[in-house]
Structures are given as C-alpha cells and as structure tokens.
Design a protein around this ligand. Structure first.
Ligand code: DAT
Ligand code: MG
Length: 148
C-alpha cells in the first residue's frame, strides 16, 4: 500500500489545525501509520528542503519550518501521495481551491499550513528522514473492508 509523508507546519500547529487536518485524512479513508510532534533541527530542515537550496526563499523557508513545533505524519492508502496533494491544494493559498486545506486555512505562500510529499521518490526520502522503521505502526483496520 502506498505511503506519504505529511506535516502540519508551525503555523498550522499554532493555529490549532492539527485535529482538523488529521480528521480530513481519516475521513477520506487513509490510515495513519506514524505521527509525532517535534521541533525540526536546522540540519534536518536543510536536508528536507534540499531541492530548494538555490531558491531565494530557502533561508526564510528553513527559518520558518524550524520556528516552532511541527506535527509529522505518515499516512497510507490507495494513491495517497497524489490524493493528499489534491486535498492540500496549490502551494500558494491564493491559488488553492476552496475545500482544500490551503484553500480553506491559508493566505500566503510563506505560511501555507501543510507539507506533503510530491512523488513516490520524495515520499520514501522524507519518511526516511523523519521516521525510524520502528516508529511506523502496522495494523489492520476492519473499516478498510468498507473502503476498498
Ligand atoms: P509544496 O509545499 O507545495 O510542495 P514547493 O515544494 O514548491 O511547494 O515549495 C516548498 C515550500 O516553499 C512551499 O510550501 C512554500 C515555500 N515556497 C514555495 N515557493 C515560494 C515562493 N515563491 N516564495 C516563498 N516561499 C515559497
Ligand atoms: Mg514540495
């Protein structure tokens, strides 16, 4: 089953959006396999956002993501990587459709509430950066018989 890495960013944690965001993915039918509230060390932030190292906003991005605790999660389910991206909405909340997380809760690109992996390769990389194997929980949910 496909897995993705999702993270409520420091603005989402401060704005009490953890429960709302977890609830959306639960209700969709995805299964939570790992989660933790944590401060991201600068080194991990730089690794996580490594693809943006040359971008002018890289410094701000690292400062922001390390500015307070984040809620890091691994979710599992059919097509979860692409579907979670759709549920998040466009990177810039001003372009994000109503009904998406960024469309409903964000105003500016700098504080866009949530991170989600954008491909199978980035999901594998980001899950590995943030979680140890024994922090991911395998379990069977009977409700899955009513989803799949
Ligand atoms: P996404 O988070 O949708 O995957 P991304 O990987 O292109 O978007 O960029 C990572 C984060 O960097 C994004 O969530 C917010 C920030 N960011 C992106 N483009 C930006 C810009 N033009 N100015 C400031 N911050 C930006
Ligand atoms: Mg990205």
């Amino acid at each position: 089953m496909e897995r993705t890495f999702l993270m409520v960013k420091p603005d989402g944690v401060q704005r009490n959006l953890i429960g709302e965001i977890v609830s959306r993915f639960e209700k969709k039918g995805f299964q939570l396999v790992g989660a933790k509230l944590m401060h991201i060390p600068t080194e991990l932030a730089e690794q996580h956002y490594g693809e943006h190292k040359e971008r002018p906003f890289f410094g701000e991005l690292v400062d922001f993501i390390t500015s307070g605790p984040v809620f890091a999660m691994v979710w599992e389910g059919e097509n979860v990587i692409a579907t979670a991206r759709q549920m998040m909405g466009s990177t810039n909340p001003k372009d994000a459709a109503p009904g998406t997380i960024r469309g409903d809760f964000g105003l500016t690109v700098g504080k866009n509430v949530i991170h989600g992996s954008d491909s199978p390769a980035s999901a594998a990389r980001e899950i590995g950066l943030f979680f140890k194997e024994d922090e991911l929980v395998e379990y069977k949910k009977l409700v899955n018989e009513w989803i799949y």
